[in-house]
Design a protein. Structure first.
Lengths: 222, 473
């Protein structure tokens, strides 16, 4: 009832009853061939510059940057990071193959697997890509990548391969779709710095609801 | 007329409120300066505004087809799409979903359309424990207030006001606790709200955009509260108005590039989430059901009118941050869900001219709102449209008669000259002593705050004619 009423009201307001076929054709064309809008120049740089730009953004955003050369170094780098902050040496991660394949036994870390639980201190996720235009991490939820890991724990650590840093959101999103075979993940999360609020007297305070602290483990940037 | 009088009283109260004035004094150094920095850092910003405008105009011109496309793709992804012609319908639908889910606790992230349709009050009347999770929105919820800004709902308050309210409201916590720092207030709200997040059966969010191509909703927050709202409960409800749809993902990115820069002056908001349906097979978190409620509530009528460009709005709030009137009186004086220039255009359309037509008078027509609008809404001409409509109302017969008389006079020089000459002569005589007049007949309200400079005694035309005569050989 409501549906026909609303669609009818829009159509009548646009005076579009007689031109429906043509309008549908225009929409079908736009959906079949999405417009490539101009992208900022800062998204079109060579790979090394994009990586540098991404790293610069992490510093501006107050994100802790942990650079490692190889995947094998990741667990030790994380435990060193947590130790430095005097945090418990324990984290929870999903079953993501990249994360599962790391030599966890090499570091003195308790690793839980699954969706985030109340009381978890550290969540570990894998980013599919990084968009250098604003230093944005792009994560996709799925069976192996529970979304709650990035929002419930006080500390969120994200592993990102340096060779997946691209210029624009468009390119980063295309990498997600390439990984899923074209289907949108349930949630596509673009993360640019940790949780913050300016709602009390206009002063920016970190850790409003999501993580108070965000760290990026940048893999292979050397 | 009653509403207009209430507005004037509200303005007077706002101007006389020192605590509000202190809070508003920070807006230029905050949002305005931050936007200017973000714009300067992106050379493509002005071109991006035109792209944004074109995307919105194209979508509005094909809105029915894009909404149908969105519905098809959202349902394909497992969401249920509901259509609500009015705000009441939207509330009914959402209440129905909450009841079906057996909800007692409902978390909610900030959504202007939910304010517009009165959703929280409706759910609370049905004895649901509804909790606003955006920090600013939570603060005004417990204070029993409405948002005074579309992206910073508690912008009218200072940290001390929040501390006082938290002491009253969170009385289970120690009275001796130190709440002097904003960090302490944020920490306390975080702890209180975390319990609600974990116990809610239903989470309600708005949507910054709906993507027709994929059936996704895009939701942007700095706090991450929308993500907890949509990920933890077993049911997620998205409430969005019909104008939120964009054709494709490609069309969403330019608008997202504009949104944060125009709103808070950030280059990008901390959390931008594209959510497409409920939990998938194999997922170990996320809601079991996802509903999208698409509400019209008067917008389809706007498509027909000159006001169509107002539906381009992406709700960034830049127009109010840059408005000298908003920055002087704050949002509450407008007594409208949408304050500032966008409210002065949108609210008369949604609530009716008698209810809100006076808001279009609350502008100096300086045009800064138009200059900063990320989708180039011609806010000044649209406010002028309402002023033109208002003058045609039966109640405006006095203004109308005066304007007609003036128009007749201005078009008849033979009548204009003697009348102008008599007026200039009389006023010159009256203001002779001081060179200015402290009261004008028919203009007492104008001269209450300033003097009127006294004319020299002769009109321009008379002086011009004399000079010409004298210059002649």
């Amino acid at each position: 009832m409501n549906r026909a009423q609303i669609v009818g009201a829009i159509r009548s307001a646009l005076d579009a009853e007689s031109s429906q076929a043509a309008r549908r054709a225009i929409v079908a064309d736009r959906l079949a061939h999405p417009l490539a809008h101009p992208r900022p120049a800062r998204t079109r740089r060579i790979a090394a510059e994009l990586v540098q730009q991404f790293k610069d953004y992490q510093r501006t955003l107050g994100v802790d940057l942990i650079e490692v050369g190889t995947a094998a170094e990741v667990p030790a780098a994380i435990s060193g990071y947590l130790l430095g902050l005097a945090l418990p040496l324990r984290l929870r991660r999903g079953a993501d193959p990249l994360l599962a394949g790391l030599p966890w036994e090499s570091a003195s870390l308790v690793v839980d697997i699954g969706a985030a639980q109340d009381g978890d201190t550290v969540g570990l996720s894998r980013a599919v890509a990084g968009a250098a235009e604003t230093g944005t991490l792009v994560l996709a939820s799925g069976a192996d990548n529970p979304v709650t890991l990035g929002f419930l724990p006080d500390t969120h650590i994200v592993v990102l391969r340096a060779d997946t840093i691209v210029g624009s959101y468009e390119e980063a999103c295309a990498m997600v779709l390439a990984e899923t075979g074209g289907a949108m993940p349930r949630t596509l999360n673009l993360i640019t710095g940790a949780s913050r609020t300016g709602d009390i007297g206009g002063k920016i305070v970190m850790g409003a609801h999501g993580p108070r602290r965000l760290a990026v483990v940048l893999l292979g940037s050397g | 007329v009653k509403r207009a009088a209430a507005f004037e009283a509200g303005v007077a109260a706002a101007l006389a409120n020192p605590s509000l004035q202190a809070a508003l004094a920070d807006v230029p150094a905050g949002f305005v300066a931050a936007r200017a920095r973000a714009k300067a850092a992106l050379p493509e910003f002005e071109a991006l505004r035109r792209t944004g405008r074109d995307i919105r105009d194209h979508t509005l011109a094909h809105l029915d087809v894009y909404l149908e496309t969105f519905e098809r793709n959202a349902e394909h992804a497992g969401s249920r799409v509901h259509w609500a012609a009015s705000g009441t319908d939207a509330c009914d639908i959402i209440l129905g979903i909450c009841r079906e889910a057996g909800a007692r606790v409902v978390t909610k992230s900030k959504s202007m359309v939910s304010e517009e349709v009165g959703l929280r009050a409706r759910l609370e009347a049905a004895v649901l424990d509804v909790v606003e999770t955006d920090l600013g929105e939570y603060i005004i919820q417990i204070r029993g207030e409405t948002p005074s800004h579309i992206i910073a709902p508690a912008i009218h308050l200072r940290a001390g006001d929040v501390a006082d309210e938290f002491r009253r409201r969170h009385s289970h916590l120690g009275a001796e606790r130190d709440l002097s720092a904003p960090e302490a207030l944020v920490g306390e709200a975080r702890a209180v709200l975390r319990e609600k997040f974990l116990s809610a059966e239903v989470g309600i969010t708005g949507a910054n955009f709906l993507v027709a191509e994929t059936g996704s909703a895009i939701i942007v927050t700095n706090e991450g509260n929308a993500d907890l709202t949509m990920s933890l409960p077993k049911v997620h409800i998205v409430l969005a108005s019909i104008d939120k749809v964009v054709p494709t993902l490609n069309d969403a990115w330019p608008l997202l590039r504009l949104l944060a820069r125009s709103a808070t002056g950030q280059e990008f908001t901390a959390y931008t989430t594209l959510v497409t349906g409920p939990r998938r097979a194999g997922d170990i978190d996320g809601p079991e059901a996802c509903h999208v409620v698409i509400v019209d509530n008067g917008r389809s009528e706007l498509l027909r009118s000159k006001l169509r460009p107002v539906l381009r709005c992406i709700r960034c709030g830049a127009c109010m941050n840059h408005c000298p009137v908003y920055c002087a009186i704050g949002g509450h004086a407008y007594d409208s869900v949408y304050p500032g220039p966008i409210g002065a255009v949108l609210t008369p359309a949604l609530a009716g001219l008698p209810e809100a037509g006076h808001l279009a008078q609350a502008s100096t027509f300086c045009g800064r709102c138009e200059e900063v609008c990320p989708v180039e809404i011609p806010l000044v001409s649209l406010m002028r449209h309402w002023r033109e409509m208002a003058i045609e109302e039966p109640g405006s017969w006095r203004s109308r008669t005066l304007l007609r008389a003036w128009a007749w006079l201005a078009q008849h020089p033979r009548a204009y000259r003697p009348v102008a000459s008599m007026a200039a002569g009389t006023l010159a005589l009256l203001g002779r002593a001081r060179g200015r007049l402290s009261a004008l007949p028919f203009g007492k309200r104008w001269t209450r705050h300033r003097d009127f400079p006294a004319p020299q005694g002769r009109t321009f035309q008379a002086l011009y004619a004399r000079r010409k005569r004298e210059a002649a050989p």
